[in-house]
Ligand binder design. Structure first.
Ligand SMILES: *Cc1c(COP(=O)(O)O)cnc(C)c1O
Length: 225
C-alpha cells in the first residue's frame, strides 16, 4: 500500500467527515475501529502511533498472541472483539477485550455475562444483527428484542447497541437497504452505538446512521492468508 498509515487514517477521517456533512450529520460523529485481523503486531503498533485508538480482532488465539507482543502490550487501545463468540471462550474474551460487538444468541450473552460477573466487570456489548443473506451469524432483526432481553438479564453486561455486516458483493442499493434495516433494529434496541460499515461499504453505512465503522484493508492493506 502507498503512503503511511497516518496518511491513510487522516484521509479516511476526512472522507467520512465529508460524507457526514453531505448527509447533514456532525463531522467527527463516527468512530473508526481499525480491524487488524491477520495483520502483524507491528502493524497494530504503527496504527496506535498514528493515533488510532480502537482496534478489532476476530479470533481469540490470534488476538491473545498479538496483544501479548512487546510492541502491543503497553499501548492504550480499546480492544473490540468482532468475531464469532464461542461460549467456551467467554473467559478469554473478558481477559483480552474491552467490548464484544458480536453477541448473536442468548447462550453467548449468558456465557459472557457469567464471565464478566466472575471478573467483577461490566462488559459493553453490541447485538450482532443479520441483515445479509451472505452472512452466517447474527440474530434475525425480528429476534433482536428477545436477545436484548437476554443481555439485560445479565448484570455483567451493558447493551450499547447493534453491529451488522453488510451484504458482500451486493449492489449499492441492496447494501443501503441492509444498513437501513440495521438502523431500524438499532432504533428499536436502543444504545449509543450503531457499528456498520467496512472498507467497501462505509459510505452507505454513514448515510444509514452509522456511529462506528470497522475498517481493515482500507487502513492496513491486504491481509496475510
Ligand atoms: C474483517 C472484518 C472487517 C473489516 O473488513 P475490511 O473489508 O477489511 O474493512 C469489519 N468487520 C468484521 C466483522 C470483519 O470480520
Amino acid at each position: 500500500m502507498n503512503g503511511s498509515f497516518a496518511a491513510r487514517l487522516a484521509e479516511l477521517r476526512a472522507q467520512i467527515d465529508e460524507e457526514l456533512r453531505a448527509c447533514g450529520r456532525e463531522p467527527g460523529s463516527v468512530r473508526i475501529v481499525g480491524v487488524s485481523k491477520r495483520q502483524p503486531a507491528a502493524a497494530i503498533a504503527q496504527a496506535a502511533l498514528a493515533g488510532l485508538d480502537a482496534i478489532g480482532e476476530n479470533y481469540v488465539q490470534e488476538a491473545a498472541k498479538k496483544f501479548a507482543d512487546p510492541a502491543v502490550r503497553e499501548l492504550h487501545l480499546e480492544k473490540h472483539f468482532i468475531g464469532h463468540v464461542q461460549t467456551n471462550k467467554a473467559k478469554a474474551l473478558l481477559e483480552l477485550f474491552d467490548v464484544v460487538q458480536s453477541v448473536d444468541r442468548p447462550d453467548a450473552a449468558r456465557a459472557l455475562g457469567k464471565a464478566a460477573a466472575a471478573a467483577g466487570r461490566v462488559l459493553p456489548v453490541l447485538l450482532q444483527v443479520n441483515v445479509s443473506p451472505s452472512e452466517r451469524f447474527g440474530v434475525a432483526p425480528a429476534e433482536a428484542g428477545a436477545l436484548a432481553g437476554a443481555v439485560a438479564a445479565q448484570p455483567g453486561l451493558r447493551l450499547d447497541g447493534v453491529m451488522a455486516i453488510g451484504p458482500l458483493g451486493a449492489d449499492r442499493d441492496q447494501i443501503a437497504r441492509a444498513f437501513e434495516l440495521a438502523a431500524k433494529t438499532f432504533a428499536a434496541v436502543g444504545g449509543s452505538t450503531l457499528s456498520i460499515g467496512m472498507s467497501g461499504d462505509w459510505r452507505e453505512a454513514v448515510r444509514a446512521g452509522s456511529t462506528m465503522v470497522r475498517i481493515g484493508t482500507a487502513l492496513f492493506g491486504g491481509r496475510s492468508k
